[in-house]
Design a protein around this ligand. Sequence first.
Ligand SMILES: [Zn+2]
Length: 67
Amino acid sequence: MPTSICPECSEEVYVDADSEQGDVVSCDECHSSLVVVGLDPLELDLSSGDDDYDSGDDFDAFDADQY
Ligand SMILES: [Zn+2]
């Protein structure tokens, strides 16, 4: 299972192997919501809240797919 470093607490975060860019994962250590912003290499960024997430142009396609 791929891992990346939590930007909040610098702990390793496990991400599903079939995760896609825009997916949100939770850090087991600090319970922050982290967005997958890159896959090669795997890169995580802090989710800055639902409002910001919804308004992001890049994520609209994923939202339409999932909801
Ligand atoms: Zn963390």
